[in-house]
Ligand binder design. Structure first.
Ligand code: SAH
Ligand code: SF4
Length: 417
């Protein structure tokens, strides 16, 4: 979501005649687009911000702006903490960035923006093949650990006509894939529902449609049916479980039990053949006993995700969980996170091995990060595949015979067209 917000800011600035600088040293304007989801992200930002102080000392005309969730969370206090910051722009106000940075005075744009969903911003995208498309903003869920509702505000959905116009234009420009973005895409609610929106987008003909993130509580049968039936909607669902323990899920205010979650997983698997399912998991939530932790491990074994993102619980000021006193030590959180990741690595490898000997369609994205002589693409189920690169261009679809599975990727041989 932040990457796409940066693309939007780049789009606005480009329209104002700005061009991207090669390095902070050569820039007249430096924008930090920050994330506040965990303390580590915030710390990284502050250490980077500290370095720009020197740049400002050398060239006083350099302007420094802080955008994103840390900006929204810290508000004007940030001017006190870092007096060399010129502008503060919260995530609901990035459309105003051009006016802000054009001014001379220190400004903070932090108001709730109820017009967010009807404010259109032309993004300058990093890829010519895959595009992020915002469909809704904010979150009403108030999971007890999470800062997002406090920084991104209440849920608002973009009108379907604006989303469809954006995707139609992307398709005309040759984009092959869109990922619909929202903190909780399946609570999309405008003139139509999320499954109806998927059906309309599918009819546009763009080759691949993905969406993140779905909340388990709001995952309806109608949505599962849409994923099963629509030819362009990819067979991948990211469905964060967070914990396998009933007690912890309740303290997290997630709105489902492990059993209810499992019913959805079974339903997805029975209706969408070869679907891949991924999730987020939090280790060491306040009050998590070793038994609760074991229940999360048991859930991972029972569900067999294709992959997970797992994090140590990080207390966020202003959230309910930050007030809970039965904190888990950092050492214990690290141990639990390590166990979660180790178990999942084995499961992911097993899942990937099951694909050896199969043929998978990949969308070629470009040279592989790890070996520039190879090309990298993704399957419809979002698995990374590397292939020998001769003769295939970015944005093409290639059928690949999978030869070898690794922990985080697959490799194979392209089949002749
Ligand atoms: N809206 C999405 C995800 C939002 S944040 C959802 O509900 O699934 C992405 C992930 O960050 C969350 O799924 C959660 O696993 C993690 N996360 C959020 N707040 C956190 C915190 N305080 N500490 C650790 N992980 C956190
Ligand atoms: Fe945060 Fe929960 Fe909203 Fe996701 S659903 S953004 S975890 S409050």
């Amino acid at each position: 979501m932040n990457v796409h917000d940066s693309e939007k800011m780049l789009g606005i600035l480009h329209g104002q005649g700005y061009a991207r600088a090669e390095s902070p040293e050569g820039a007249d304007l430096i924008i930090f687009n920050t994330c506040a989801i965990r303390e580590k992200a915030e710390q990284k930002f502050y250490s980077q911000l500290g370095r720009t102080k020197m740049l400002k000392r050398r060239r006083n005309e350099v302007k420094i702006a802080v955008a994103g969730c840390v900006a929204q969370e810290t508000k004007e206090r940030l001017f006190g903490r870092a007096p060399y910051v010129d502008f503060i722009v919260g995530p609901q106000n990035i459309h105003l960035i051009a006016e802000t940075i054009g001014g001379e005075r220190r400004t903070a744009l932090l108001d709730d923006n109820r017009e967010l969903a009807s404010t259109e911003v032309a993004a300058r995208r990093g890829s010519e093949i895959k595009a992020w498309v915002s469909i809704m903003f904010g979150c009403n869920n108030f999971c007890s650990y999470c800062i997002v509702p406090l920084t991104r505000g209440r849920e608002v959905s973009r009108p379907s006509s604006a989303i469809i116009a954006e995707i139609r234009s992307l398709s005309e420009k040759g984009y092959k894939e869109v990922t619909l973005l929202g903190q909780n895409v399946n609570s999309y609610c405008s003139d139509i529902t999320f499954p109806q929106l998927l059906r309309r987008i599918d009819a546009l003909g763009i080759e691949r449609i993905r969406f993140v993130t779905s909340h388990p509580r709001d995952l309806s049968d109608e949505l599962i049916r849409a994923v099963a039936e629509l030819p362009h909607v990819c067979e991948h669902i990211h469905l964060p479980i967070q914990s396998g323990s009933r007690e912890i899920l309740s303290r997290m205010n997630r709105g489902y039990t492990y059993e209810e979650y499992m019913v959805k997983i079974e339903k997805i698997r029975s209706e969408v053949p070869h679907v891949s399912i991924t999730a987020d998991v939090i280790a060491g939530f306040p009050g998590e006993t070793s038994r609760d932790h074991e229940e999360t491990l048991r859930a991972l074994r029972a569900i067999g995700y294709d992959g997970i993102f797992a994090f140590k619980y990080s207390p966020r000021k202003g959230t309910k969980a930050a007030e809970m006193d039965d904190r888990i030590s950092d050492e214990e959180k690290s141990l639990r996170l390590g166990e979660i990741l180790k178990l999942q690595e084995e499961i992911t490898l097993r899942k990937n091995r099951a694909l050896e000997g199969t043929v998978q369609e990949i969308l070629v994205e470009g040279p592989s990060d790890t070996d520039g002589t190879l090309l990298m693409g993704r399957t419809r189920t979002n698995k990374i595949v590397t292939v020998a690169g001769d003769g295939y261009v970015q944005g093409s679809f290639v059928q690949v015979f999978i030869e070898q599975a690794r922990h985080h990727s697959l490799s194979g041989k392209p089949l002749p067209c």
